[in-house]
Design a binder for this molecule. Structure first.
Ligand SMILES: NC(=O)c1ccc[n+]([C@@H]2O[C@H](COP(=O)([O-])OP(=O)(O)OC[C@H]3O[C@@H](n4cnc5c(N)ncnc54)[C@H](OP(=O)(O)O)[C@@H]3O)[C@@H](O)[C@H]2O)c1
Length: 200
């Protein structure tokens, strides 16, 4: 896959870990947070020429966008953005509040609720099942590659996400559609918080 520009909405532990690994695979990253691009000047300088900072609206224009804000901040982060017109959003979020409480979503999966706020986007759920420390760590270990579960309804979007994830060094494992996969990989479900390595 040729290098692309990946937008990041949210640049905490998850956003930073995935931006750095995306760059290592040769991609450009356009970073955004709640405080605006000026707050990212020194981090961007540290990352080098493949990195830049912008507003959330600018990051949202990228072909692939990683959404890595806390559950309580999703609506505000996405507020006012125009239709996504088929661009891919990789949803890394979990429905967990600042005090660690899991939000009760009833029968709905978290990515369904996120997707409902991303009109026109092709949503792929990934990385939410790993702790940030595992995303920061080297994905290629002597015993194998760290597994990242991936769910999504659009085959082409999911394939693009899987290629990006593989280029970072992780081993993507496809769990099917957003809802069926979400029921396995979202916080509190059987495949969440598992640090698995896939041997070759
Ligand atoms: N931490 C983990 O172990 C882990 C693991 C898997 C999944 N997740 C999920 O991944 C998501 C991110 O987690 P995290 O640990 O990286 O969180 P974090 O360290 O708290 O970072 C959150 C980021 O979101 C940004 N943000 C907040 N409101 C925003 C807004 N309105 N517009 C744009 N950006 C906004 C913050 O901006 P500022 O920097 O300007 O404050 C910050 O950069 C969460 O949904 C979490 O549940 C976390």
């Amino acid at each position: 896959m040729s290098p692309i520009t990946i937008g990041f909405i949210g640049l905490g532990r998850v956003g930073k870990a995935l931006a750095e690994k995306s760059m290592r695979a040769g991609n450009r990253v356009l970073l955004s947070n709640s405080r605006g691009p000026a707050s990212l000047t020194s981090y961007v300088a540290e990352l080098g020429p493949l990195a830049s900072a912008g507003t959330v609206a600018e990051a949202a224009q990228a072909e692939v966008v990683f959404l890595s804000v806390r559950w309580a901040d999703i609506s505000q982060a996405l507020q006012g953005l125009p239709n996504w017109e088929g661009r891919i959003v990789v949803d890394t979020t979990n429905p967990i509040l600042a005090d660690g409480t899991f939000v009760d979503l009833g029968e709905r999966t978290s990515s369904e609720l996120v997707a409902a706020q991303l009109l026109g986007a092709r949503v792929v759920k990934a990385f939410n099942s790993l702790f940030a420390a595992w995303m920061e760590d080297e994905p290629v270990q002597p015993a194998g590659k760290r597994v990242v579960f991936v769910s999504g309804d659009e085959a082409e979007a999911k394939n693009t996400a899987k290629e990006l994830i593989a280029a970072m060094g992780f081993a993507p494992i496809d769990l099917g559609g957003l809802v069926e996969g979400g029921r396995l990989q979202q916080a509190g479900k059987p495949l969440a918080a598992l640090n698995l390595l896939l041997t070759n």
